[in-house]
Design a binder for this molecule. Structure first.
Ligand SMILES: [Zn+2]
Length: 376
């Protein structure tokens, strides 16, 4: 049982805030930095700057130095040629919908986070009166209370429109000691700067989660039709279609890895406060199908595969149709089969078909990884 009681007599501290120039990158290590990115001049309005700003709570100066030294930062956010989405009522509360037909790989929309904060609670040292003995849960509770105070400061710095948008987001963490701001981050936040090769983060560096006005409203499906990718240069998330989407279709992303079996996915989704009932989760044969899709491009399968280009063509066409019927084009095996079709059609010198699969591969890669593929 979670012990929510803070020690008697303990009050979370007000943050001690020092003001720096917005271009500062050299801060003493080991403190929270409150900064708007890209930097915002006094009096700047959203009407004049629709790309918006992200209110960032960063831990230590390195994170800000890394962001500011990213080539191209701050570049304008990429936009689709026309509006392709709307927010509206969905079976799941509120969701995002396509306002026109969208092709695989197309940009649905881009957005800067309203708020960016560390992925885990930074090592704030709670200011306990001397002699306090804390249980583990009290200690965590006190840390969350300290962190909430920092986040209050971030919220206070936001433009009123952004603050209102943030507070309008759902909070499913009302019973676990999370404050109203941290609860909304836990409910709506997506990892934006994580330890990947792309981000260049090193061991011990903190990643960031971002909370978005629109993208945070996109509901989850284990067979998503969209994928998001964060770009530090424009400090924005791009939402792209991973398969063709029809007008008025709801847009879904996956909050967890879709290449895991149902029970593992359900466990990962638990903190979001819902049980997934998507087409994959409600199909008792989906785990077996996933295993077969994965095996279809594995080494042993490919070794067994005939050398005949015609047979290879039929093999990958079959698997692509199977993946499409299950709505699981986000799986990397789909991209591998497109590449296999390119190789087979090239071998058969069917140049028209090769051209078609080349375009398809480009669109899929852009949707899946957020960047164009380079063919050798
Ligand atoms: Zn599901």
């Amino acid at each position: 049982m979670w012990d929510l009681a803070l020690p008697e007599g303990y009050e979370p501290r007000e943050a001690i805030v020092k003001a720096y120039d917005s271009r500062t990158v050299d801060y003493p290590e080991g403190g929270c930095i409150f900064t708007s990115l890209p930097s915002r001049n006094y009096g700047d309005t959203l009407a004049e700057h629709p790309d918006n700003w992200t209110e960032c709570l960063l831990w230590g100066g390195k994170q800000k130095r890394d962001i500011l030294s990213t080539p191209g930062f701050p570049s304008p956010i990429p936009r689709p040629p026309q509006t392709r989405h709307r927010i509206g009522p969905s079976l799941f509360g509120i969701g995002m919908f396509a306002t026109r037909d969208i092709k695989m790989g197309d940009l649905i929309m881009s957005e800067r986070p309203l708020l960016a904060s560390p992925i885990v609670i930074p090592p704030l040292i709670p200011n306990f009166p001397e002699g306090f003995e804390l249980t583990l849960s009290q200690s965590l509770e006190a840390k969350m209370a300290e962190f909430e105070k920092c986040l209050e400061n971030s919220l206070g710095r936001m433009l009123p429109e952004n603050r209102a948008a943030f507070l309008a987001l759902h909070n499913c963490h009302t019973e676990d000691g999370s404050g109203p701001i941290f609860g909304r981050i836990r409910t709506n936040g997506f990892g934006i700067i994580q330890k990947t090769e792309k981000s260049g983060l090193e061991a011990g560096d903190y990643g960031c989660v971002g909370v978005f006005n629109a993208i945070s409203r996109v509901n989850h499906s284990c067979a998503p039709n969209a994928i998001y990718d964060f770009t530090v240069a424009s400090f924005s998330c791009q939402l792209r279609a991973i398969r063709d989407i029809k007008t008025d279709e709801e847009i879904f992303i996956s909050y967890c890895s879709t290449s895991e079996p149902t029970a593992a996915r359900q466990a990962k989704l638990k903190p979001y406060g819902f049980e997934c009932t998507c087409r994959v989760c409600s199909d008792p044969t989906s785990d077996a199908l996933l295993a077969k899709i994965e095996a279809s491009t594995s080494g042993p399968s490919l070794k067994r595969l005939s050398k005949s280009n015609e047979e290879r063509l039929q093999y990958s066409k079959y698997w692509m149709a199977t993946i499409e019927a299950a709505g699981r084009q986000d799986l990397k095996q789909y991209g591998i089969h497109i590449r296999m079709l390119m190789a087979a059609t090239a071998g058969l010198e069917r140049m028209n078909e090769l051209g078609k699969y080349k375009e398809m591969s480009k669109a899929w890669y852009l949707g899946r990884y957020g960047q164009p593929i380079k063919f050798d």
